[in-house]
Design a protein around this ligand. Structure first.
Ligand code: SAM
Length: 286
């Protein structure tokens, strides 16, 4: 029997602790046991897995993660929630770091646990106001986390997983799909949270690609070109790149032809691989 993630348990915990929900921290607590059970079936978790969770809240997802894994390491910014979590869970099953996740050093926190584990996965019902910086932080800074199963706004989940020439495809889609295999595992309606958010949600699964087959010469330039290319969505690639780099348009057309791209193309028609080719040609040009 669950101790936490139901409507009545959540309401009584909030009452008992005189806790008011803080919108500024993106607090929407999961209160549906069926959804919680489904979420923890998505990642690869065994009794030898270390799970990292951002924002355990009142611990509804944490409880399920603890039951399946070796240990959970969690980051919670709200100290009022930390004291509730400490009453609910033991130190053996859960380590809580009372900190803004964006200011953390993930891999050193994991190493500081001095624990043996088979794999490290991140599972989290994210605070939506910082979804993108959180995902980028993990991808850029952690070498230990290989899989992420994250609740995000449905719209963001669609961006992360969208394909070229679709309306949701943008610079975030390309950056994520360069480093991970991304898919939507499940859609989640708004009525399974307290309070209900104004948007629908989805669970995305991101698996870090271990050996990226095709890499740009400079990742920094690749990301910069991707962002610049989507600068103004209605403009062609040539116009967006011209605004960013001030390279004459005639030369940009030659560059696109060299990259086997249509000189009239817009950014949304290019694949990750096309952007890598373009970035490498511009790298030599600059
Ligand atoms: N996991 C809980 C659940 O599913 O019911 C709560 C999820 S709620 C959407 C997001 C949680 O992230 C809240 O507990 C909030 O306090 C916490 N949070 C917000 N910003 C944070 C940050 N920068 N670092 C760590 N935790 C944060």
């Amino acid at each position: 029997m669950s101790k936490i993630g139901t409507i009545s348990n959540t309401k009584s915990t909030l009452d008992k602790h005189d806790f008011y929900i803080k919108k500024k921290f993106g607090q929407n607590f999961l209160v549906d046991q069926n959804i919680l059970k489904k979420i923890v079936e998505i990642p690869t978790i065994t009794k030898d897995t270390l799970v990292v969770e951002i924002g355990p809240g009142l611990g509804s997802l944490t409880e399920h993660l603890i039951n399946k894994s070796k240990h959970v390491l969690s980051y919670e910014i709200d100290k009022d929630l930390v004291s509730i979590l400490e009453e609910t869970f033991s130190n053996e099953e859960l380590t809580i770091i009372n900190k803004d996740f964006l200011k953390s050093d993930i891999d050193s926190d994991i190493k500081a646990l001095k624990m043996n584990y088979d794999n490290v996965v991140m599972v989290s019902n994210l605070p939506y106001y910082i979804t993108t910086p959180i995902i980028f932080k993990i991808i850029e800074e952690s070498t230990l986390i290989k899989e992420m199963v994250l609740m995000t706004q449905l719209e963001v989940a669609q961006r992360l997983t969208s394909k070229p020439s679709t309306k949701d495809y943008n610079s975030l889609s390309i950056a994520i799909q360069y480093k991970t295999k991304a898919l939507i595992a499940m859609k989640v309606p708004r009525n399974v949270f307290i309070p209900a958010p104004n948007v629908d949600s989805a669970i995305v699964k991101l698996n870090i690609i271990d050996n990226i087959v095709k890499k740009p010469i400079s990742e920094k330039l690749f990301y910069e070109i991707v962002r610049a290319s989507f600068g103004q969505r209605r403009k062609t690639l040539v116009n967006n790149l011209h605004s960013k780099y001030n390279i004459p348009k005639t030369e940009l057309i030659d560059i696109l032809v060299e990259a086997n791209l249509n000189p009239k193309a817009r950014a949304e028609s290019l694949s990750v691989s096309d952007f890598i080719d373009l970035s490498d040609i511009l790298y030599s040009y600059k």
